[in-house]
Design a protein around this ligand. Structure first.
Ligand SMILES: C[S@@+](CC[C@H](N)C(=O)[O-])C[C@H]1O[C@@H](n2cnc3c(N)ncnc32)[C@H](O)[C@@H]1O
Length: 212
């Protein structure tokens, strides 16, 4: 199985939808017609789930062509623009194009996320915001799996995921680069624990947060 197909298998496990849902919850306040870029979309699960949000226009981007090929196989993404990015380059998007940019399990993998964050800032609209979901590398897995996710076979992938992400997730939490980024731009920053404290949602607001 290729890495991209394996990653799609992980994304399609029942627990993964619970993990991503808090990101969609943060997008419910967007105005009708808002355009959202899912950076590092991988096999496109967030965008597929995001079709449940009426009036949101989705785009996806990733540096990995094989991941994007998996995303394109999803019927829900048939009409979604998916951009193949060159690693380390500037983003091929005009200024102020997106109301929101999402990063699900992406930034904490980068040795230096700042250049990508600066580019993301450039492509955000006034009143836009960044949403970053990151595994925390903590939380109580056994009772959570038993009580909230259930022992469905496909959920074995959760143990693999936790093993793969714990160290980088803890490092991200300790170093807090997104908070530093927000401070440098004088932007409002919020952080909350989600998914039974096994992940965090961080948000950085370009301007004042729009009233819901
Ligand atoms: C762990 S996967 C997460 C995929 C998806 N966001 C999710 O939540 O399931 C990380 C993804 O980020 C992509 N990625 C890594 N560096 C990137 C960069 N600089 N720009 C865009 N995507 C990147 C990888 O190719 C991979 O598809």
């Amino acid at each position: 199985m290729s890495h991209a197909r394996f990653f799609r298998y992980i994304q399609d496990a029942p627990w993964y939808a619970d993990f991503l849902q808090p990101v969609l919850d943060e997008l419910k306040s967007l105005p009708p017609g808002a355009t959202v870029l899912d950076m590092g979309t991988g096999a496109g699960k967030l965008i597929a789930m995001g079709q449940a949000l009426p009036d949101v226009q989705w785009e996806g981007a990733d540096v990995d062509a094989a991941m994007l090929a998996e995303a394109r196989k999803r019927p829900a993404l048939r009409h979604t623009a998916l951009h193949h990015l060159s690693a380390g380059s500037t983003l091929p998007f005009t200024d102020a194009r997106y109301e929101a940019v999402t990063f699900c399990s992406v930034l904490f993998l980068l040795s230096d996320p700042m250049p990508l964050l600066e580019e993301t800032w450039r492509v955000l609209r006034p009143h836009g915001f960044i949403v970053a979901l990151t595994p925390s590398g903590s939380g109580q897995s056994r009772p959570i799996l038993r009580n909230q996710i259930g022992w469905r076979f496909h959920n074995w992938t959760w143990f693999v995921w936790r093993q793969m992400t714990a160290a980088a997730g803890q490092r991200w939490g300790q170093q807090a680069p997104l908070a530093a980024f927000a401070r440098r731009h004088g932007a409002t920053y919020q952080k909350q624990a989600v998914f039974h404290e096994m992940a965090t949602i961080e948000m950085v607001f370009y301007g004042e947060r729009m009233p819901v």
